[in-house]
Design a binder for this molecule. Structure first.
Ligand SMILES: Cc1cc2nc3c(=O)[nH]c(=O)nc-3n(C[C@H](O)[C@H](O)[C@H](O)COP(=O)(O)O)c2cc1C
Length: 412
């Protein structure tokens, strides 16, 4: 997990930075926060300090009780200069929200307070998430400043569109949502052990039409698949995700293909699978589909309908059966009741998978719709329970195990 420095400047969206920092800590990142003096008018440093468990600095002249270190690190004997040490020790520096003023200071190379001085001194990856009124965002001065930052290698994320803080106003300038910012952070994380690997992820749960308004679905949220996609992208992979009815954000460099039904997911997989080195089949695909969907809404007045079901084709087994020798195929199984390990082993073998990630969804608080997961990684010669944690951490642990498997994507 990354050591993240967050710079907060003085806009209304500073309250969203609190949520972003909370999510980043929850995802397992170690976070330190620095603030501009103006930002203190919006959110106090006690909030960030409580969430991160680390002191929050506002001036380059105040001493840092943590001496440029992140929570849990051993303090150096020598007290360093904060605006230099913090960026030297960070893996990623996220400025959120970035005001028009801060962006202009950074573009001008100004360093008259801690956050802009830290940006000027940064040699780590810098992500800037602007937030301001749409007229400020569209002003040619801001447009030119943003272009300058981008030319210098700083990643400036596009703000969102919608309602703005000023009463009754809407337009482009909203701070990117905290979850999306977290996905961008994960993508900027710095590891590159999957560079050059083309990863195909399926996520979410398919829906099978009963009639134009009703469907048979399942409880999969797509979080685990999105976490796998983000984790792989952050480690340098070229990632495509086929999302079945999931709107969990993925980082901007993940290609997203949206589908609804098992048949659509199967078609998308058929198209994408030949171009991937590693398939992570995390979607919950319907096992049974209505034999025939009505083309008009079934009327309640016509009584209780009988819905015939047919077994849907096993997409994963089909893909695994036709794969090339240089492709790795990982299945995911949500088991409930019975003997989950035995069922998973049977699937691993019958579907000819390289490994299977078992999720016992009868355990409370994990799996479907939950932020955390606890899985067992099963391959031909091992069964390994991975540490329980946020889905992004679990995703990284799964990728670590795939590396250890030593199948083709990691050989190069
Ligand atoms: C209520 C209020 C809300 C503001 N919101 C924003 C904002 O969302 N974005 C922005 O660029 N400036 C905003 N400003 C203006 C900045 O606070 C001002 O430019 C300040 O100098 C920014 O300082 P900093 O960049 O050092 O944090 C706001 C000002 C006020 C009074």
């Amino acid at each position: 997990m990354a050591k993240v420095l967050v710079g907060v400047s003085g806009g209304v969206a500073a309250y969203k930075a609190v949520e972003f920092v909370r999510l980043a800590v929850l995802a397992g990142h170690s976070v330190r926060v620095i603030q501009t003096p103006a930002s203190l008018r919006f959110v106090g440093r006690a909030t960030f300090s409580a969430i991160t468990g680390a002191p929050v600095l506002v001036s380059e002249f105040e001493s840092d009780p943590s001496r440029g270190c992140w929570p849990g690190e051993e303090l150096p004997e020598h007290a360093p200069i904060s605006h230099l040490a913090l960026v030297e020790n960070a893996d990623v520096f996220v400025v959120a929200p970035a005001t028009a003023n801060l962006i202009s200071r950074v573009a001008a190379g100004s360093s008259d307070e801690l956050v802009s001085a830290a940006v000027l001194a940064a040699n780590c990856r810098v992500l800037v998430a602007p937030a301001m009124n749409n007229r400020m965002w569209e002003n040619p001065a801001t447009v030119a400043n943003v272009a300058t930052l981008r030319e210098r290698g700083i990643t400036v994320l596009e703000p969102g569109e919608g309602q703005l803080a000023s009463h009754g106003e809407a337009g482009k300038g909203r701070l990117i949502e905290p979850r999306e910012l977290l996905a961008e952070l994960d993508s900027a994380g710095g590891r590159s052990d999957f560079r050059g690997v083309r990863v195909l992820v399926t996520a979410g749960g398919t829906r099978e039409a009963i009639d134009p308004v009703r469907f048979i679905g399942n409880r999969s949220s797509g979080r685990m698949g999105a976490a796998l996609a983000n984790a792989a992208a952050s480690r340098g992979a070229e990632v495509t995700i086929i999302c079945a009815n999931s709107s969990i954000p993925t980082s901007s460099d993940v290609k997203v293909i949206n589908v609804v039904s098992a048949a659509e997911l199967g078609d998308a997989c058929d198209q994408q699978f030949p171009n991937c080195d590693l398939l992570l089949m995390a979607a919950a695909v319907a096992d049974f589909i209505p034999t025939a969907a009505a083309d008009q809404k079934i009327k309640k007045s016509e009584g209780v309908p009988t819905i015939g079901l047919t077994a849907s084709p096993d997409i994963l087994a089909g893909l695994a059966g036709e794969r090339r020798a240089d492709q790795t195929v990982i299945g995911f199984a949500a088991e409930h009741g019975g003997d989950p390990l035995a069922n998973a082993r049977t699937k691993l073998k019958s579907k000819q998978l390289d490994a299977l990630v078992l999720n016992d969804v009868s355990v409370a608080d994990i799996g479907f719709e939950s932020e955390e997961n606890l899985v067992t990684f099963i391959s031909a010669d091992q069964e390994l329970e991975l540490a329980r944690g946020p889905k992004l951490d679990v995703a990284h642990s799964i990728l670590d195990q795939i590396k250890i498997l030593g199948t083709n994507p990691q050989k190069g």
